[in-house]
Design a protein around this ligand. Structure first.
Ligand code: ZN
Length: 317
């Protein structure tokens, strides 16, 4: 094991279609602050939108590539089947009312490992869950949104991965990333990260007869785990390669540094550094208000700004 286990989830990256619809849902309805507006570094014609708490704390960050004409994907094994946000135990009724008022269909609440789960989907069909739990997080509430602190989402609870066979994925999580198996309900196996951060739970839902899905709008592209700094990340890189996993070299993602690998069931995992973070190139008061580009794309700013769609939120400033 490296010096210490990963500190839970860092971010989750998914695919949307319409950028404005995506901002309206995550920022207005769910009360997540748009903390960064940049482009997909591998496809600069597309936005990369980041939502999180007031400062963009690791463990709160949901990110999207809104590809305007992307058709909707379908779920299958080898991907993230649901993304869970953590809410306070007495906020369930509030959220049920709020989602209904916004014409978002919810499924009846379920009980899972003693917690209440409220399930629904985003406008592209991406499965989301609000899961009650005690709030151990030190996330910073975004008080400019519509949602009072007592009801607000507290970052991620965790994710549910759909897998054919849980054992090899559980092996990677427990042997290399510091997770512990903490429970099982039917075909759902729960693993917990070793820290006290948010985003600690990975549920493996074993679905041996389900086939692969189709990637598209509403699909999660990858999930990222937190590591503190470059040195710790380098230890993970060595360790995972020694274990026979195909890990990419370190990529500079401007707000964090990343390595990627596919776990044995096919889910794309990333390990991202906490540093330098989202306050790296913007002040806390104006986070997410301007299109930020890395230095290597700055010479193409005019062209990029002409291609990406205008955002409705800019009209109300
Ligand atoms: Zn990522």
């Amino acid at each position: 094991m490296t010096k210490r286990p990963v500190q839970g989830l860092h971010h989750i990256t998914a695919v949307a279609s319409d950028a404005n619809q995506n901002i309206d849902f995550y920022q207005t309805v769910l009360g997540q602050r748009l903390v960064k507006r940049t482009v997909n570094f591998d496809d600069p014609k597309t936005y990369h939108l980041y939502y999180g708490d007031k400062v963009g704390s690791p463990g709160t960050i949901m990110t999207f590539f809104p590809w305007q004409h992307m058709r909707r994907g379908s779920r299958g094994v080898g991907e993230t089947g649901a993304t869970g946000y953590l809410i306070p135990p007495d906020a369930v009724d509030y959220w049920q009312d709020r989602l209904t008022k916004h014409n978002i269909e919810t499924t009846p609440t379920q009980s899972r490992f003693g917690e209440t789960v409220l399930a629904f989907a985003d406008p592209n069909g991406l499965p989301l869950e609000l899961i009650t739990d005690r709030d151990n997080s030190d996330i910073v509430h975004w008080d400019a949104g519509e949602i009072a602190s007592e009801h607000a989402i507290r970052g991620f609870h965790g994710v549910t991965l759909w897998v054919k066979d849980a054992a090899p994925t559980a092996h990677v999580l427990t042997q290399h990333l510091g997770f512990t198996r903490v429970g099982q309900e039917k075909n759902r196996i729960r693993l917990r990260g070793a820290s006290t951060a948010v985003g600690l739970y990975i549920d493996l839902l074993e679905l041996p007869t389900v086939s692969k899905g189709r990637f598209g709008a509403g699909s999660v592209h990858h999930i990222a785990f937190r590591t503190v700094d470059d040195d710790e990340q380098a230890e993970y890189l060595d360790r995972l390669r020694l274990a026979g996993l195909q890990v990419t070299p370190v990529q500079d993602r401007q707000y964090f540094h990343s390595i990627y690998f596919r776990e044995p069931n096919g889910v794309l995992f990333e390990i991202a550094t906490d540093a330098p973070g989202f306050l790296y190139d913007e002040h806390i008061d104006t986070l997410g208000q301007q299109l930020k580009l890395p230095t290597w794309l700055e010479p193409h700013r005019q062209e990029i700004e002409r291609i990406v769609p205008p955002l409705e939120i800019d009209k109300t400033k």
